[in-house]
Ligand binder design. Structure first.
Ligand SMILES: *Cc1c(COP(=O)(O)O)cnc(C)c1O
Length: 342
């Protein structure tokens, strides 16, 4: 017997509706990096399309193509990592928008498009303070002018401008927003799709929404550590790690699932799991099995909810114990575990 990861697609749909209600009239893009935050790309995209989501964001072009295969020709799909000309060709073949984050990349993508005679749709990314990826403000005017020149030459369609913010401090985010607005000004009032906010700012800071928000965490019910509650946000975790009982000993119940499956051993002794008799303490976490406090009538095959929407505590609750963020706990759930959809 092995644990599995249960994904509640109706909870996912409810989160999407909550996001839409909150940010409307702004459109929202569903971020599906890391296999839809561990929930499985294909079922997640299928459910999102059924809920009317029309924008998707992927880290790499291959994932963007996988989204295209599921979402069909009507979806707008952005990939924000371009490695080589193959990526450009693939993006052109599948109508993927490229989110370009360096001046060099603007040049190399335009060159490839000129060579093949097809214009790529691009959103240009300005660095507004995270210093990870994005054209530096001092180089922005030159990058924009090169991109627009490539557009006039038929190599690019410059459709959007974007950036990414830390969402850790309002003051830093405010400074980033100002830098973003200055970046948008470089387009002299021409209509662009402007996007800056991820989950937290899209809910908390309406002035950060612009034309599109990029939401990952909240769609999957992952709230920020130390931040507002699920109830306050109106979202709930869609994934639950479920482990069957494999043995019943005196005073302790052994469940399938341990560190190798993604249960953090630091939770031992300070985390409650859900059993048919209510919450019980997680006592020990081994590599492949773990120990839970006994309950009367415990039997092999009983289901124990370790973490997530149906468990006593969510990924972010665990993250708060561990001093990390919910995404890290959720993404630790092993990709090898079966995903079950309900
Ligand atoms: C991950 C990511 C997001 C989504 O962030 P959440 O906080 O999970 O909503 C948005 N934009 C980019 C560029 C990202 O990498």
């Amino acid at each position: 017997m092995t644990p599995w990861y249960e994904v509640d697609l109706s909870a996912f749909a409810a989160n999407l509706r909550r996001i839409r209600e909150t940010v409307t009239p702004t459109a929202h893009l569903l971020v599906v990096k890391d296999d839809a935050y561990g929930h499985g790309l294909e079922p997640i995209v299928t459910a999102a399309v059924a809920e009317g989501v029309s924008w998707f964001g992927a880290f790499d072009v291959d994932t963007a193509v996988a989204v295209r295969d599921v979402a069909g020709p009507g979806a707008e799909i952005i990939a924000w990592t371009v490695v080589d000309d193959d990526d450009v060709d693939t993006a052109l073949a599948h109508d993927i928008v490229l989110g370009l984050g360096t001046h060099d990349l603007i040049g190399s993508v335009a060159a490839r498009c000129a060579a093949v005679g097809v214009a790529a749709r691009v959103h240009l990314k300005i660095d507004t303070g995270l210093h990870r990826n994005g054209v530096r403000p001092e180089d922005w005017a030159a990058a924009v002018s090169d991109a627009l020149r490539a557009e006039r030459a038929g190599a690019l369609h410059v459709e959007g401008v974007w950036s990414h913010i830390a969402e850790a401090s309002d003051a830093d985010d405010d400074a980033a927003r100002e830098a973003f607005v200055r970046g948008v000004d470089a387009f002299d009032g021409r209509r662009m799709v402007r996007h800056l906010a991820a989950s937290a700012a899209s809910f908390a800071r309406p002035e950060f929404r612009f034309d599109l928000v990029r939401v990952g965490a909240y769609a999957y019910g992952i709230r920020p550590s130390g931040g507002p509650s699920d109830a306050h946000l109106g979202i709930r975790p869609i994934g639950t790690l479920v482990a069957p009982v494999v043995a019943v000993h005196d005073g302790v119940v052994e469940i399938a699932g341990g560190g190798l499956d993604g249960i953090d051993s630091r939770l031992a002794g300070r985390w409650d799991v859900g059993t048919p008799a209510g919450a019980r303490r997680l006592r020990e976490v081994g590599a492949v099995t773990s120990a839970v406090s006994h309950w009367p009538g415990a039997a092999v095959g009983d289901e124990v909810t370790v973490l997530g929407g149906r468990a006593p505590g969510s990924a972010t609750d665990a993250a708060e114990r561990l001093g990390t963020i919910g995404e890290e706990v959720a993404l630790r759930v092993s990709p090898r575990l079966q995903r079950r959809y309900r």
